[in-house]
Design a protein around this ligand. Structure first.
Ligand SMILES: Nc1ncnc2c1ncn2[C@@H]1O[C@H](COP(=O)(O)OP(=O)(O)OP(=O)(O)O)[C@@H](O)[C@H]1O
Length: 287
């Protein structure tokens, strides 16, 4: 176990509390993905404009900001999930290990295997716990020497094994919400992704289940790069190494466009933000 997991950082949103401490200290890392001038359109509507930021390897990057500022839209652009939305279009550049993720010869299915996603509402398949985890390796035709071992490892890595090892044939839907979300994380891990995207993974969970997922995220960041969208600033401050703050600007036609305001390490963003809009948001004066 990483010793850091036992000492979760204190959360002190700037202006609240005494000690200006937030976020995990970033480890030395290199960007595994880069967004440069990324805009995402739904039809003619430009939902988010001009987003540039790195995603650092084996670090947790949080995206925060008011509702509708485009956090989920940008998250989906990182593994081409927007391709599945009719009319959605991405401009600018998203690279993964220096390669254009949207190049013609890139297979979006392979992109989503390497860059997995966990959704807001736990969504296990109506199958057994075992089959939920084995599903991805089976359908992607992964060469698996021993499926039982792979299932056990994924469930262990998702901190669920001890709770389900005696009922692997039970339905995934019979688990609690928090267990279902960890099952979804196990399902994602099973296909051996490099990056895990999480879209408000705790918003349907109670505080105890949330704390378990937060601890798990930090543990997983030893092996995986994680990007999380969260409405919860305290959560971003607790779990992440880097944070990006988005806002929605209203143009002359009264249309709202999401914009990245500030990206920096979490400690700095929550204690010494550069932009006044970030400060107003994290101190509760806006949003
Ligand atoms: N499938 C879609 N079709 C059309 N417009 C969409 C679609 N998804 C999102 N939008 C619009 O894009 C903008 C950004 O939405 P998005 O869901 O990315 O924001 P968000 O910051 O994640 O919001 P929230 O915090 O409320 O989930 C919003 O104006 C939204 O209405």
């Amino acid at each position: 176990m990483n010793p850091d997991t036992t000492s979760r950082p204190a959360v002190n949103i700037a202006g609240v509390g005494a000690q200006p401490v937030a976020g995990h200290q970033p480890r030395a890392a290199a960007p595994v993905m880069e967004l440069s001038g990324v805009s995402v359109y739904y039809g003619a509507y430009e939902a988010v404009r001009g987003t540039s930021m790195p995603i650092q390897e084996k670090q947790i990057t949080a995206m925060i900001g008011p509702s509708g500022c485009g956090k989920s839209t940008i998250l989906r652009s990182l593994n081409r999930m927007n391709d599945l939305i009719p009319g959605a279009r991405v401009t600018g550049s998203v690279t993964y290990h220096g390669q254009d993720l949207y190049a013609k010869d890139v297979d979006p299915i392979e992109v989503r295997r390497r860059i997995g996603m966990v959704f807001q509402k736990p969504n296990p398949f109506p199958k057994s716990i075992y089959d939920n985890v084995a599903y991805g390796p089976r359908v992607t035709g992964m060469k698996v020497a021993n499926m039982d071992d792979l299932v056990e490892k994924a469930l262990r890595d998702a901190a669920l094994w001890d709770e389900v090892k005696d009922k692997l044939k039970s339905s995934g839907l019979s688990l609690s919400g928090g267990q279902q979300q960890r099952l979804c994380i196990a399902r994602t891990i099973a296909v051996k992704p490099e990056i895990i995207l999480m879209d408000e993974p705790c918003s349907a969970l109670d505080p105890i289940a949330t704390a378990k997922i937060e601890d798990l995220m930090f543990e997983l960041s030893n092996d995986y790069t994680i990007v999380i969208v969260t409405h919860n600033m305290q959560q971003a401050a607790r779990v992440s190494h880097y944070t990006s703050f988005f806002t929605a600007e209203v143009d002359e036609k009264q249309e709202r466009h999401g914009r990245l305001v500030e990206f920096t390490n979490t400690s700095k963003l929550f204690t010494n933000p550069t932009d006044k809009r970030t400060e107003d948001y994290i101190t509760g004066r806006f949003g």
